[in-house]
Design a protein around this ligand. Sequence first.
Ligand SMILES: Nc1ncnc2c1ncn2[C@@H]1O[C@H](COP(=O)(O)OP(=O)(O)OP(=O)(O)O)[C@@H](O)[C@H]1O
Length: 284
Amino acid sequence: MTAISVRNLSKHFGKKRALDNVSLEIQRGEMVALIGASGSGKSTLIRHICGLEIGQAGQDRAGQSRIEVLGGAMQDGGRLAAKARNMRRNIGVVFQQFNLVGRMSVLSNVLLGNLGHIPGWRGTLGLFTAGEKQKAREALARVGIPEVAWQRASTLSGGQQQRAAIARTLVQRSNILLADEPIASLDPSSARRVMEILAAVNRDEKITCVVSLHQVEYARRYCPRTIALRDGRIVFDGPSSALTNQMLVELYGDNSEELILPDAPMQPAKPRRAPEPDRVPAFA
Ligand SMILES: Nc1ncnc2c1ncn2[C@@H]1O[C@H](COP(=O)(O)OP(=O)(O)OP(=O)(O)O)[C@@H](O)[C@H]1O
């Protein structure tokens, strides 16, 4: 079943064409990297898929623009679908930063994943059931940080914050996880840990993951498929292992430097199976 379908999507910001007639399909259970140099349109595409931006109507070019998520229209012909708000429940989003409410405890932040599933008044008053709290603790354990549940979110390291944000998407019970540069500001070991957790969540919970990344090495290691954008257009869509450094140089010229780690080999390494996270039980 198709998880995400994007057809003829273009987006202009003033004279800037951020997305140029993008079409793609992502099947349920896939783990896909979105790569591209700075300004290539990765965040803009992710924001459209989760209904935070509306594309151009699209009739001027190939056809009417449309985004479907799990078979339902999220936007069509430059209009947000009436059901978009409901559909967002099914989409967990992790951003590069500003993921958590810093003054709240980590557990409270994770509990916010319940908001789409409970009456508004309960969410406003922060009234969560014992069962919901238990699930939130399990989610924190799943991402390997059960011990920080009662800390203020602002005291967490960058990697821990991203892991807590992933835990919140588990509580949300989303079928799709969109991660917009989740490792951009992390040190290499925290970045690997976050990618391992995303890969484990994709593998074990069968959550479809789309991860935008700056460095292609992470795409090759953790994502079987890569979609590469340049100036708002898809310039590669295929197995990550096929995306050699040489190909990146051909696609991006000088800008390829920001996509290739300085000590990366010219040929991609064999993709590795992501190790198990700290704690084993899959989140139910
Ligand atoms: N709200 C906005 N208003 C004006 N221009 C925008 C807006 N959002 C994005 N853009 C422009 O659209 C283009 C694509 O931006 P986008 O953030 O999607 O790129 P990106 O690939 O995610 O880049 P980065 O890796 O630096 O985050 C850029 O030229 C950017 O300046």
